[in-house]
Each structure stands twice: as structure tokens, then as C-alpha cells.
Design a protein around this ligand. Structure first.
Ligand code: NAP
Ligand code: ZN
Ligand code: ZN
Length: 349
């Protein structure tokens, strides 16, 4: 198969700083589109993978699964998109298309080999995949989303991972009027969780390490904002929430948070630190509580989320950076010093 070569930022080996390089993109197949990437969000998952916290990883690694751009070319059989369309790509670029989950539009839970990640994965052609910290990407049209006109491309990019990661569990567990929802961690995922849960009509509380970002949290739509460094938070809010979504990227004592759930409440784990978390059986059994997990969302729900965000005026709060600032941005994300998502202007690659 022939390839074109495009510019990208990659980590050459685990934990290495990202540097400019080139990577191959396949020639357009029947259903492929070539996307001129405009913006690429920096997700904490990029950092976990560059640091090989989720397994060895494949290097060189070009991270980036919050991609927003414009269609530059389309293969002969493409029917869903045309040149010039505003499009996005999230965490996966393919799946088996035939298992029950794929047929149900839950491609992220593909049971036949799993989804093909946008990077750090192997495509169905046997070639490694490279992500969005790059000028262009080739993706099958069935794994591409349409970005509504109302959402600027830079502020749309983080919706493709962070946005859908919160929209899906908030929808699945019924966040809405009369429901008390807590969002743990006000970072890239968390800030969109606050906006989306508020737009769905839920009463929203942010549980953050400190009150440093309280004003932001309330402005984003939170009704209450508490510091988890204050033991009183866990006493005062015991038995309060119907739903807690945990976006924290580090190890946390989940038992303390389970105690904040009312009877039949659910704690949904979204953060993906490398270590297992011990669970005290009594934290669950004394109030029929559930501990669950959720991973991004399928293609139909991701489109639904983008349309919901357009309708409700929801975009990500972003800081646009040059590609050569990416290593500095990683350090700031690790220090919880991000308000609330870094987005790379790929024209600077
Ligand atoms: P992020 O922007 O770094 O936000 C994480 C937040 O967690 C921080 O802003 C901070 O919030 C809190 N936090 C960080 N370290 C902490 C610590 N030691 N103790 C307590 N709180 C801490 O990261 P993100 O991009 O939102 O991603 C969050 C996690 O979700 C990552 O593990 C990522 O891999 C995972 N993720 C999962 C999915 C999925 O599908 N399930 C999708 C995307 C990402 P405060 O400053 O408010 O305390
Ligand atoms: Zn992500
Ligand atoms: Zn499948």
C-alpha cells in the first residue's frame, strides 16, 4: 500500500518528550476521508499512554484523540461527508462492525478484538495508528463525526473525548431534574461534566481537591463546590448523591466517595490511573450502592452529544497552544494547572 507522509509530534520512547517528526498516512480507500486537522486536544489519557502506564505502548507514539478539522479529500464511495465539511474524530477509528455492540452503535465496547484506537493501536490493515498531534489524518467516514456550525473548531476538539466521556454516563444513569450529581475533579473531563449535567437539569456539586477553582465551577453551572481536602465535606455530604462521576486521574480512596451516595446511588469510575483501587464491601452493601465504569461513547451517541452541546451552547474552556509547548502543557496537566483543556493549534506543527 502506498502512503503519504505528514508532520506530527511524537514520543520516540516511553516517557520521552514529544518532538516533531513525520508519520505515514494511508492513501484514501473507498470510504476514507482525508482530514486537514485544525486543532487537537490534550487528554490526560495521552499522558498515561506516553508514560506507558497502561501497558508498554507502541512507539514512536503520536497521541491525540480529540481531533477537529475540515474534510480535505474523500474516497470514491464516501457518502456522508464532502470536502469542506467540519468534522471530528475521537478515541477510535475502526472496530469489527459486526459484533452485537458494534451493531448497537457501542463501538467502544466492540467484543471482537476491541475498538481500533486513534493512536497506540493497530489498524485493520495491520499498520500502527497515529493520532491527532499531526497535520492530517485518514479515517473511514463511519468513524467521523460532524461538528455543528455553532461550535468553533478549537473549543469543539475536547468534546470528542472529554465531552462524550461525561455525556454518556450522565445520560445512561439519568442525570436530570431531581437528581443530585457530584463531579469529582475539575479538569478537562470534569468541567464538561459540570456543564452537561447542569444542562440536563441535575443539581451539580463539584468535589475538588481545594476551593481554588470554586468561582469557575459555579460559573460553569455547579450549584455547590466542596474541597475534598476538608474532612467536613465527607461528613456533611454523606448519603447525598444519586450519581457520582469520578474523573480523577490519580489514585483515590473510593470508599470515602461511596459514602457520599444515597441508597441505590452509583459511583461511575471514569479516571484511569494504573493502580487497582481497594473497595470495602460495607461501603457498597449497607446502602445497595453500585460501583460502575464507563468508557467514552459510540459513534451515534457522540454525534448526539455534539448536537446537544450545540443546542445548549456548550463548548470546552480551552487554552490554545503551539505544538512546541506540548511538553510544558503535559507538566501543567500533571500539576492540575489546566483551565480546562489545552488544545494544540496544528498549524504550528
Ligand atoms: P485532567 O484534566 O488532568 O483532570 C483530572 C483532575 O483530577 C484534575 O484537574 C484534578 O482536579 C483531579 N486530580 C488530579 N490529581 C489528583 C489527585 N492526586 N487527587 C485528587 N484529585 C486529583 O485529566 P482529564 O483529561 O480530565 O482525564 C481524567 C482521567 O480520565 C484520566 O485518568 C484519563 O485517562 C481518564 N479518561 C477516561 C476516559 C474514559 O472513557 N473513561 C476518557 C478520557 C479520559 P481538581 O484540581 O479539581 O482536584
Ligand atoms: Zn481522552
Ligand atoms: Zn465489534
Amino acid at each position: 500500500m502506498t502512503h503519504t507522509t505528514v508532520s506530527a509530534y511524537a514520543a520516540a520512547s516511553p516517557k520521552a518528550p514529544l518532538e516533531k517528526t513525520t508519520v505515514p498516512r494511508r492513501e484514501l480507500g473507498e470510504h476514507d476521508i482525508l482530514i486537514d486537522i485544525k486543532y487537537s486536544g490534550i487528554c490526560h489519557s495521552d499522558i498515561h499512554q506516553v508514560n506507558a502506564e497502561w501497558g508498554e505502548g507502541t512507539f514512536p507514539m503520536v497521541p491525540g484523540h480529540e481531533i477537529a478539522g475540515v474534510v480535505a479529500a474523500a474516497g470514491p464511495a464516501v457518502s456522508r461527508y464532502a470536502v469542506g465539511d467540519r468534522v471530528g474524530v475521537g478515541c477510535f477509528v475502526d472496530s469489527c462492525r459486526e459484533c452485537d455492540n458494534c451493531r448497537a452503535g457501542l463501538q467502544q465496547y466492540c467484543t471482537d478484538g476491541g475498538m481500533v484506537g486513534t493512536y497506540n493501536s493497530v489498524g485493520r490493515d495491520g499498520e500502527p495508528t497515529y493520532g491527532g498531534y499531526s497535520t492530517h489524518i485518514v479515517v473511514d467516514e463511519n468513524y467521523v463525526l460532524r461538528i455543528p456550525e455553532q461550535i468553533p473548531l478549537d473549543a469543539a476538539a475536547p468534546l470528542l473525548c472529554a465531552g462524550i466521556t461525561l455525556y454518556s454516563p450522565l445520560t445512561h444513569w439519568g442525570a436530570g431534574p431531581g437528581k443530585k450529581v457530584a463531579v469529582v475533579g475539575l479538569g478537562g473531563l470534569g468541567h464538561l461534566g459540570v456543564k452537561i449535567a447542569h444542562a440536563k437539569g441535575a443539581e451539580v456539586t463539584v468535589l475538588s481537591q481545594s476551593l481554588r477553582k470554586r468561582e469557575d465551577g459555579l460559573r460553569l453551572g455547579a450549584d455547590d463546590y466542596r474541597a475534598t481536602s476538608d474532612p467536613a465535606t465527607f461528613e456533611e455530604l454523606a448519603g447525598t448523591f444519586d450519581l457520582i462521576v469520578n474523573t480523577v486521574s490519580a489514585d483515590l480512596d473510593l470508599n470515602a466517595y461511596l459514602g457520599l451516595l444515597r441508597s441505590d446511588g452509583t459511583l461511575v469510575q471514569l479516571g484511569a490511573p494504573e493502580n487497582p483501587a481497594p473497595i470495602a464491601p460495607f461501603a457498597l452493601i449497607t446502602a445497595r450502592r453500585s460501583l460502575a465504569g464507563s468508557m467514552i461513547g459510540g459513534i451515534p451517541e457522540t454525534q448526539e452529544m455534539l448536537d446537544f452541546c450545540a443546542e445548549h451552547g456548550i463548548t470546552a474552556e480551552i487554552e490554545v497552544i503551539r505544538a512546541d509547548q506540548v511538553n510544558e502543557a503535559y507538566a501543567r496537566v500533571l500539576a492540575s494547572d489546566v483551565r480546562y483543556r489545552f488544545v494544540i493549534d496544528t498549524a504550528t506543527i
